[in-house]
Write a protein that binds this ligand. Structure first.
Ligand SMILES: N[C@@H](CCC(=O)N[C@@H](CS)C(=O)NCC(=O)O)C(=O)O
Length: 148
């Protein structure tokens, strides 16, 4: 897998890969932490679709996400991660879209109709670009205030 650095950020994006196009979906692993909203969203989707998976708790409070023995693509050393046939998939919203594309029973959560899909995408985008960063910032301020 080749990698490119995106702008000045350390986020590495794959520029080529040998992705298995039709993997066996019976061995899906979900690396998560229960307190993380991105993980909770994926857990809810897996539950709604009754999707068989192995859930692996990663103790982010002890920094375990930095030393995961998965040896694959995890550029930001964070959870959630989905692993299918030794391939890892990161970023919760991309993961949720992928799951909806993979499993028929989840299709209605991410409709094919462009107008209906826009309703979902607009909420996901708002969460990722506005709500998420703002709440992280607010929590950061709160913890710093408590420390001082
Ligand atoms: N944009 C990511 C955010 C994931 C995220 O915030 N992960 C946190 C969980 S609290 C994490 O693993 N943090 C560990 C770290 O940054 O070292 C997504 O939506 O998947």
């Amino acid at each position: 897998m080749g990698q490119a650095v995106c702008g000045s950020t350390p986020y590495k994006i794959p520029v080529e890969s040998n992705i298995v196009i039709k993997p066996n979906l019976d061995n899906l692993k979900f690396y998560y932490h229960p307190m993380n909203p991105s993980c909770q969203a994926i857990a809810g989707l897996l539950k709604a679709g009754k999707i068989k998976h192995e859930a692996i708790l990663v103790d982010i409070l002890k920094g375990k996400q930095k030393n995961l023995d998965i040896g694959h693509f995890n550029p930001n050393a964070s959870v959630p991660i989905i692993e299918i046939e030794n391939q890892t998939f990161v970023e919760s919203q991309a993961i949720m879209r992928m799951l909806c594309n993979l499993f028929d029973q989840l299709e209605h959560f991410y409709p094919k109709n462009a107008f209906q899909r826009h309703k979902i995408d607009s909420l996901l985008d708002w969460h990722q670009t506005t709500f998420g960063p703002t709440s992280k910032c607010a929590l950061g301020c709160l913890f710093n205030l408590r420390k001082s």
